[in-house]
Design a protein around this ligand. Structure first.
Ligand code: AMP
Length: 282
């Protein structure tokens, strides 16, 4: 596994792979890797000849009030985990090269960034789309893998690829969960022991909604009410940010479920902001 830190080198590596007719798979991450990230790497390996993983805590997607300074970083452990998966390149760019003084160009996916997390993190998806576009520009991946855990992020990137006619196919990896159902996340490290135990209720709330759906319920307000009640009862210290049912493609709110939707939840528990979702597909 080769560690690359600058743009010229990653472009050279990518050009060489393509000259040899090889397909590049790419997994962008912010590091503090866990089994969720690794599952995406395995998927990338399945669909490409060479895999690059990037590790970059992107300042552009954090607001001033958010956890950029505290965001967990553990490059030693990340490298060890990636070595085991036998990937080709880990790209750890230098923030000063990525965002040099005077940097001012951003890309935004306007409509898909408005709802859900976008309502509460107004410039977040602009930050995500901008860094992903830059990374795609250097790595030139044939395929790139994103986790369904960040559902809105998947849609934003898919739309950007379509709108800008990029030559990268986007694959989605399913949400990887802990044994008790909690969706894995680098930010779960912020939870103390009792919060960690309590956090499992978020997935139980989504499972409850899934049962309602399987029994034929189709009204969004019924799901939202049931999930909110469950969370209030079982996670008394949790602060719900949103519980919404949205069209799986447009991410607009849906009143009655006629086609594939996503039930998405964001809540604060202690210092952690947890997000999770399930699809409801009639
Ligand atoms: P992050 O490092 O949080 O920016 O995540 C990098 C990629 O890993 C994103 O595409 C995430 O959606 C994905 N990811 C994070 N957690 C999980 C998980 N529990 N299961 C599957 N993918 C995940």
């Amino acid at each position: 596994m080769e560690a690359i830190q600058n743009i010229v080198e990653i472009k050279t590596w990518s050009a060489l792979c393509h000259r040899r007719g090889r397909r590049i798979g790419f997994v962008p991450t912010m590091g503090a890797l866990h089994e969720g990230h690794l599952s995406l790497v395995r998927l990338a390996k399945q669909f490409s000849d060479h895999v690059a993983v990037s590790i970059f805590v992107n300042p552009l997607q954090f607001s001033a009030q958010e956890d950029l300074a505290q965001y967990p970083q553990d490059l030693r452990s990340d490298f060890a985990l990636l070595e085991e998966l036998d990937i080709d390149v880990v790209f750890v760019p230098n923030p000063r090269e990525i965002f040099p003084p005077g940097f001012q160009t951003k890309v935004g996916v306007s409509e898909l960034s408005k709802n859900l997390c976008g309502k509460f993190r107004p410039h977040h998806f602009e930050g995500v789309a901008t860094i992903v576009l830059k990374l795609f520009h250097w790595v030139s991946p044939d395929i790139a893998v994103f986790g369904q855990k960040d559902y809105q992020q998947c849609r934003v990137i898919e739309q950007m690829v379509q709108d800008l006619h990029l030559d990268t196919s986007i694959l989605r990896g399913p949400i990887v969960r802990e044994k008790d159902g909690l969706a894995m996340s680098s930010r779960n490290r912020y939870l103390n022991e009792s919060e960690r135990e309590c956090a499992a209720h978020l997935y139980r709330a989504l499972t409850l909604a899934k049962h309602l759906f399987e029994q034929g319920e189709r009204q969004s307000d019924v799901f939202i009410h049931a999930v909110a009640s469950y969370i209030r009862e079982n996670m008394p210290s949790g602060q719900i940010q949103y519980i919404q049912i949205c069209d799986a493609l447009t991410l607009e709110d849906v009143v009655t479920i006629h086609k594939k939707c996503v039930l998405a939840v964001a809540l604060f528990l202690g210092k952690a902001r947890l997000i999770d979702n399930i699809e409801l597909d009639p």
